[in-house]
Design a protein around this ligand. Sequence first.
Ligand code: 3PG
Length: 213
Amino acid sequence: MTPLAASKEALKICQMAPIVPVLVVDDAKDAQPLAKALVAGGLPALEVTLRTPAALEAINEMAKVQGGVVGAGTLLTPEDVIAAKDAGATFGVSPGATDRLLDACEDADLPLLPGAVTASEAMRLLERGYTMLKFFPASTSGGAPAIKSIGAPIPQVMFCPTGGVSISNANDYLSLPNVVCAGGSWVAPKDKVTAGDWDGIEALAREAAALPR
Ligand code: 3PG
């Protein structure tokens, strides 16, 4: 898959809803009900971070949920890419970008949302053909004003800010012309997942899905 095709696909996924839930799943048995609640609430694109032993099984379970588009986050190495693809992930997300990681995603036909927070990082990815990027960690990298500033000289790059985004500040990001969606973990808080409060999570998803952009 070329970087251009990968970014086109990543853009389509990012356009599905204003918010992409960033999920840390500790127990794979929670995966299906969690995905169902988020999809029912209007958030179909889901990022499962590869930060727990249950993550790959969770991706596999979530991929069975109708209407969901499940990706793997925290991709750091080529091995992560293969494992994510084998588990059924249809897209990948990385906090940054390395040549080895980009090569692996292109070879595996896994559309990637690579991370960048500076003009040089964005330019390097743009030079390679990537136009849909993650902006991480958003809040400590200058937040919405930084994305706005990068958009002046580099308007052809679109961003999905993640890290410190919440229901109360999401609009600062979503109102920018170079922000397609934002990522956030607040729609699936640990206490609600542990309690199996799927209705509560669906309500949080519904609120996030209604954010204007
Ligand atoms: C992450 O990769 O952990 C995301 O950026 C989530 O950040 P958040 O917990 O601040 O939403």
